[in-house]
Design a protein around this ligand. Sequence first.
Ligand SMILES: NC(=O)c1ccc[n+]([C@@H]2O[C@H](COP(=O)([O-])OP(=O)(O)OC[C@H]3O[C@@H](n4cnc5c(N)ncnc54)[C@H](O)[C@@H]3O)[C@@H](O)[C@H]2O)c1
Length: 504
Amino acid sequence: MTALDLNSPVAVVGTGTMGQGIAQVALVAGHPVRLYDTVPGRADAAAEAIGARLDRLVEKDRLAAADRDAARAGLHPAHSLAELADCALVVEAVLEQLEAKQQLFRELEDIVEHDCLLATNTSSLSVTAIGGALRNPGRLVGLHFFNPAPLLPLVEVVSGYASDFSSATRAYETARAWGKTPVACADTPGFIVNRIARPFYAEAFAVYEAQAADPATIDAVLRESGGFRMGAFELTDLIGQDVNESVTHSVWQSFFQDVRFTPSLAQRRLVESGRLGRKTGHGWYDHGADAERPEPHTAEKAQAPAYVVAEGDLGPASELLTLIREAGIQVREDEEDHGTRLVLPSGGQLVLADGQTSVEFRDVVYFDLALDYRRATRLALSASQDTAPQTLSEAVGLFQALGKTVSVIGDAPGMIVARTVARIVDLAHDAVAKGVATEEDIDTAMRLGVNYPLGPFEWSRRLGRSWACSLLDDLHQRDPSGRYAPSLALYRHAYATEKREGTS
Ligand SMILES: NC(=O)c1ccc[n+]([C@@H]2O[C@H](COP(=O)([O-])OP(=O)(O)OC[C@H]3O[C@@H](n4cnc5c(N)ncnc54)[C@H](O)[C@@H]3O)[C@@H](O)[C@H]2O)c1
């Protein structure tokens, strides 16, 4: 099955933010495009706006003037649905309401040819449910573009229960011919990106709600240790707290209030009070003209220890041993495999976040997971009231000697980056096991859809598959609500890995 012929007209119904973006993509790819909107004048205004955007692309040398002229000549506002009769594809981007979308497709079915492909850009409704209104639901698929559609490459091609394989393939190939990166996914709540990204926000909000760290510190750790482009607080201020919360809410409701997707009470309060982020001048942060951005917590300068004793294998943090040696600090290797920790001269221990809390041990400081310990510029440490001040000071001094800024946070099990990544990895494994998408498509979707530095499976392979499972198991023991319970899929992978490696 091949992509649509570039001479075939494409219709976009609903000419708001997404409709205009999708129309621009189809136009620039070379299709004649018809625009339709129920509000009189809106399709004409959208055609003007798209034309102006094409002009700006020409000014910036990103589009040839001749291509702009051809695109403009191919763009036509329609004043009734009947004018879409000869279109080979209709993409719907009307308001997010099941009845409105069903009604539209029902009307279209009587207008377009039998082989016209129908697509919905819904972000939260079920493609299967929308197709329930059609005589031939086989021709309906989801084509979920991301905003702004002309700039963001990812398109989730969603197959409803009744979608024909040939329709999904044609939509997939067409998206690719339009210069996009399509991924195939099943019709489940949140599709790929909006489902698997939930813990990125939820875990940051949970650490804040547990009073373990403030938004500025959590954001800085997610960026500088986790390698995420933005922290969860600054990102949701950009997206809009109402928009972000409504996606979380919809996924949580659609999964019958699955505790893994429970929305945040702190975010609810923001939304209720109208603190929606940048668009209202205030969200987690103050965005007023004179507002000063709060600084993340940064530990005072401390003395580096003269040596550390490495006991066992540090797993995903093994590179630290090289960095410590490079900083001129002696690493004494303890041949006996006691565990996976660094012992400091004070006798206290430094342990990679593992889902337990420091208060459970005599004298432990936890350090957070980093995407790349060499490149990380900041590292979070956590200690309890029982941790000896000398242990904490040596731990701070050690990481500072490696050139890292240190943030000391409260005794949060699984710290910040580690628990976030473990939950993303878990949801990704669960999604594959439930047939939502392939590992490869999930990695692509998370890198392109939300800019993650690594796809969940790439990350999982780096960490060792049993790492996330064991961290979540520990967290689950401390919070048995089910929020952290590892999925069966993650257990399977963890045990399969252990068996292969002969450790079980
Ligand atoms: N905004 C995003 O970031 C985003 C991203 C991905 C998907 N989506 C989805 O895309 C769709 C559109 O979102 P948007 O942000 O562009 O909305 P929008 O409010 O900017 O635009 C919707 C347009 O649809 C028109 N409309 C409403 N009912 C109609 C009908 N029955 N027939 C024709 N036109 C109709 C409205 O007049 C309006 O111009 C929604 O399903 C949304 O969930 C939005």
